[in-house]
Design a protein around this ligand. Structure first.
Ligand code: GTP
Ligand code: MG
Length: 139
């Protein structure tokens, strides 16, 4: 994939606040093509598996509770240099540190409810996308 395909999730509180439309508008305007998309929901067990790299950390339970608290929008996005560019577009994990104009600056509520996820490597994009899209391999 060499950096051109990434995986994203619009997280529960942003979905609840009706930010799906405005966030997708930014994603479209920045030139990402939506290759696959669905509104779905994590069970607690699937959220634990998705975030297993954080198991045992102090924020793990809050993260898993939050991510399984309501619907999310999962999508596979394609653009040249998508992985790195999308991380820049979403902004710092902590919305208080996120740069002006980033999605987290605009739509995040807290470190946990930080609006959106973006994969940080080809390997993780494939791993994470495969949680939701069985056809991930073809991208
Ligand atoms: P994602 O795109 O959601 O993966 O965020 P990230 O790559 O910017 O952060 P990371 O993968 O390190 O952490 C995953 C999620 O765990 C973050 O989005 C936060 O919601 C949460 N998280 C990470 N570090 C902390 C922390 O120190 N405190 C709290 N409360 N939450 C954290
Ligand atoms: Mg991450």
């Amino acid at each position: 994939m060499s950096g051109n395909v990434t995986f994203t999730m619009i997280k529960p509180y942003a979905v609840k606040k009706n930010f799906v439309g405005p966030i997708l508008k930014i994603i479209n305007e920045k030139g990402y093509r939506i290759k696959a998309m669905k509104m779905t929901r994590f069970t607690r067990e699937r959220a634990e598996a998705f975030y297993d790299v954080h198991a045992g950390k102090p924020f793990f339970n809050e993260l898993v509770d939050f991510m399984s608290s309501g619907p999310i929008v999962a999508a596979i996005l394609e653009k040249e240099n998508a992985i790195a560019d999308f991380r820049e577009l979403i902004g710092n994990t902590n919305p208080e540190k996120a740069a002006e104009g980033t999605i987290r600056k605009l739509y995040a509520s807290s470190l946990t409810a930080n609006a959106i996820h973006g994969s940080d490597s080809d390997e993780n994009a494939l791993r994470e996308g495969s949680f939701f899209f069985s056809e991930m391999e073809q991208y």
